[in-house]
Design a protein around this ligand. Structure first.
Ligand code: NAD
Length: 294
């Protein structure tokens, strides 16, 4: 693989585009607003300088490999070996895009979606190449959290999975390959129940967040517990997940948890980003060495 197209240069697409370019591939970016795509990609400079100690020159070398940023799908895909789609999480929008790109892409192009919630067999039917379709799920801040979950359908060819795995390594990701389709992949299949159980213990009044985290951290050796993680994810997202669960199940306990978090949000406790959530930042109690001793 040499030429990689990224569709959608938002939070994740801009990161995938830059990481791929920095690793020496020719990158084309498709985004309906060209200027915001450019701005987002350039804004990664401070992160790469701080976390990976890139010099100005090295960062620029990466930028030089982004050959085109365009609002025209045909231009972006015309010689792509791999197209990674990171468009908004709307099935309707993705359907429209995959139908269009299927007509325009060369036969060789492998299609990969970065979707967090749609499994590949929901998206592959919109394309003309189910054997060349898979999901590649990157984590936010890919230069630091460098895992990519690779998940095909029963129709995806094994060579395509192999090629995607090789590409993931070439852009310095650790590939995690799923043998079967699974909503939430591996990480969220593990994480969401942990967070939901922690929140349920708190809402029922079984113990407070610090006590719950302390038990989890001492017993498993984990560097943080569910409430430390919830602060990192942000309470707005966590409350939304609980509201969605309530809408689906009508289980009142989800509504109760969402309301409790909503009240915290109203009081400015939105999580790590706002300086306070279940803990206060930048020095949350769970990071104090004494936290685990008593
Ligand atoms: P985002 O909203 O930040 O970015 C979407 C980009 O697509 C924007 O730049 C927008 O201008 C552009 N866009 C919107 N409609 C378009 C269209 N019709 N044609 C061309 N460009 C269009 O979204 P995101 O957070 O980067 O998420 C993108 C995908 O990545 C989603 O499928 C999401 O599930 C997945 N994902 C997100 C995260 C995350 O932490 N944000 C993590 C893993 C996976």
């Amino acid at each position: 693989m040499k030429n990689i197209m990224i569709a959608g240069a938002g939070v994740l697409g801009s990161q995938i585009a830059y990481q791929t370019a920095l690793s020496g591939f020719n990158v084309s970016v498709y985004n309906h607003h060209i200027d915001t795509a450019e701005r987002r990609i350039k804004a990664l400079k401070s992160d790469y300088e701080r976390d990976l100690h890139l010099t100005d020159k090295e960062f620029q070398q990466g930028l030089n490999n982004i050959k085109v940023i365009t609002d025209d799908v045909a231009t972006a895909v015309k010689d792509a070996d791999l197209m990674i789609e990171a468009l908004p999480e709307s099935l309707e929008l993705k359907e429209q895009f995959y139908e269009e790109v299927s007509e325009l892409a060369p036969e060789k192009t492998i299609f990969a979606s970065n979707s967090s919630t749609f499994i590949p067999s929901q998206l592959a039917p919109y394309t003309d190449r189910p054997e060349k379709f898979l999901n590649m799920h990157f984590a936010n801040q890919i230069w630091k959290f460098n895992v990519v979950e690779i998940m095909g359908t029963s129709q995806t060819s094994p060579e395509v999975i192999e090629e995607a795995t090789k590409f993931a390594r070439e852009i310095k990701m650790v590939p995690v390959i799923l043998n079967k389709e699974q909503h939430g992949y591996i990480l969220n299949s593990l994480l969401i129940p942990l967070l939901a159980s922690g929140l349920s213990l708190w809402a029922k009044g079984v113990a407070d967040p610090a006590m719950i985290d302390k038990d989890w951290m001492i017993s498993t050796g984990a560097p943080m517990g569910p409430f430390g993680i919830l602060d990192m994810v942000g309470l707005r997202t966590a409350a939304q997940i609980e509201r969605n669960a309530y809408a689906q199940t009508k289980d009142e306990s989800h509504k109760e948890i969402a309301d409790k978090m909503e009240q915290m949000i109203q009081e400015g406790h939105e999580g790590k980003e706002s300086g306070q959530g279940f803990y206060n930042y930048p020095n949350p109690a769970f990071m104090d060495p004494d936290f685990l001793k008593h």
